[in-house]
Design a protein around this ligand. Structure first.
Ligand SMILES: NC(=O)c1ccc[n+]([C@@H]2O[C@H](COP(=O)([O-])OP(=O)(O)OC[C@H]3O[C@@H](n4cnc5c(N)ncnc54)[C@H](OP(=O)(O)O)[C@@H]3O)[C@@H](O)[C@H]2O)c1
Ligand SMILES: [Zn+2]
Ligand SMILES: [Zn+2]
Length: 347
């Protein structure tokens, strides 16, 4: 084993504290990555809240990071020491099931290994995430960071970015598409930027009227305040695709009413059981779908697209020592629009 340092939670109410962490010795197809920047995702908050704090499974969040390769296993051919790389929320999959064969490792029938809180497929250990100085990752699940992408602002592309990219792409968003994004946070602001870069017309549906100027600056044409029934009424049936990134459970009806005939609501923010009024689907033959993370081909394509179009996250960069403050502010919706932790203070 090798030792690094990171930010660890020992229980649901506990603040993250700086602690030594163990990483595995490199397998033949592993890379060691010095983590430079790691984004703070709302899923990290959900994980910390749900974490049972069992002593044998401390939680180290963080699943969208960029850094530099510091060491390679003998079978690694795609990377060399010094390469800039990016890693997202999946670090392994079975590689054999129909989903993996189709390049949708995110839907692996044997469940993908998550970057933290996952179970390593070889030694059964619990994975520890990217709020740390070093990660050891199988080469298949590291992506070359295209030149031209700022490594701090690109880190959130690896979870927030690809999570909105796959549905935008799968739903055929392009010139002429009318897209609305519900919830202008980490996922939402990247959905707006990507939809606009794909040639679509984008609007934002938000409960925060003070985000209207930002939405326009990000490229949105429209801004609908979700707490104003008149604004919702006037946008009825107005969008081919609504991407719902809201981080809590909520009534889908107001959002389904905004979907056009034969259009789709992609519900990707809050995961878990929900109740749907089927009349909201029936009237207008509307579709409800979901998505999560991305397969390897889509992740690589998304990075190339972002490099080509100059799409990165709007970030507030903080030293990693301020991780608890970042999490508190994210919980209070006080973020414009992604916190990224600078890990250099862990050296
Ligand atoms: N499907 C996946 O694979 C996947 C991947 C990553 C994240 N997620 C999930 O996606 C969600 C969003 O993540 P994020 O990192 O983008 O979070 P975030 O930055 O906190 O953004 C969430 C946004 O949702 C809106 N919102 C929050 N609470 C709300 C409420 N009570 N009612 C209405 N709107 C509310 C806010 O936007 P406004 O102020 O504009 O209203 C907020 O900015 C989280 O639940 C996260 O776990 C899913
Ligand atoms: Zn995430
Ligand atoms: Zn598989």
């Amino acid at each position: 084993m090798r030792t690094t340092i990171g930010w660890r939670a020992d229980g649901p109410a506990a603040a993250l504290r700086r602690a030594p962490l163990e990483r595995r010795d490199l397998r033949p197809d592993d890379l060691a990555v010095r983590i430079d920047y790691c984004g703070v995702c709302h899923t990290d908050l959900h994980a910390l809240r749900d974490h049972d704090g069992a002593a044998e499974h401390p939680l180290v969040p963080g699943h969208e990071f960029t850094g530099v390769v510091t060491e390679t296993g003998p079978a690694v051919t795609r990377f060399r020491v010094g390469d800039r790389v990016a890693v997202g929320n999946i670090v392994d999959s079975c590689g054999e099931c129909p989903m993996c064969r189709a390049g949708q490792e995110n839907f692996c029938h044997a469940f993908p290994t998550l970057t933290y809180g996952g179970t390593d497929r070889q030694d059964g250990s619990t994975t520890l995430g990217g709020f740390s100085r070093e990660y050891v990752v199988r080469d298949r699940f590291a992506y070359p960071l295209p030149p031209g992408l700022d490594p701090a602002a690109a880190a959130p592309l690896l979870c927030a970015g690809v999570t909105v990219w796959e549905p935008l792409h799968a739903l055929g968003v392009g010139p002429g598409s009318r897209v609305a994004v519900a919830g202008l946070g980490g996922l939402g602001h990247l959905a707006v930027k990507m939809a606009v870069a794909l040639g679509a017309t984008a609007s934002v549906i938000s409960r925060s009227p003070d985000k209207a100027d930002d939405a326009r600056r990000l490229g949105a044409h429209g801004f609908i305040v979700s707490t104003d029934p008149e604004q919702l009424d006037s946008a009825r049936d107005g969008f081919d695709i609504v991407i719902d990134t809201i981080s809590t459970s909520h009534d889908l009806s107001p959002y389904l009413r905004l979907v056009a005939l034969d259009g789709t609501l992609s519900h990707i923010g809050h995961l878990g059981p929900l109740t749907v009024e089927t009349m909201d689907l029936l009237v207008g033959r509307k579709k409800l779908t979901s998505a999560g993370s991305g397969g390897r081909p889509a992740t690589a394509a998304m990075l190339d697209f972002c490099a080509d179009k100059g799409v990165t996250a709007e970030i507030e960069l903080l030293p990693s020592s301020q991780v608890n403050e970042a999490l508190d502010r994210l919980r209070r919706n006080d973020v414009r629009y992604r916190f990224v932790l600078d890990m250099s203070d862990l050296s």
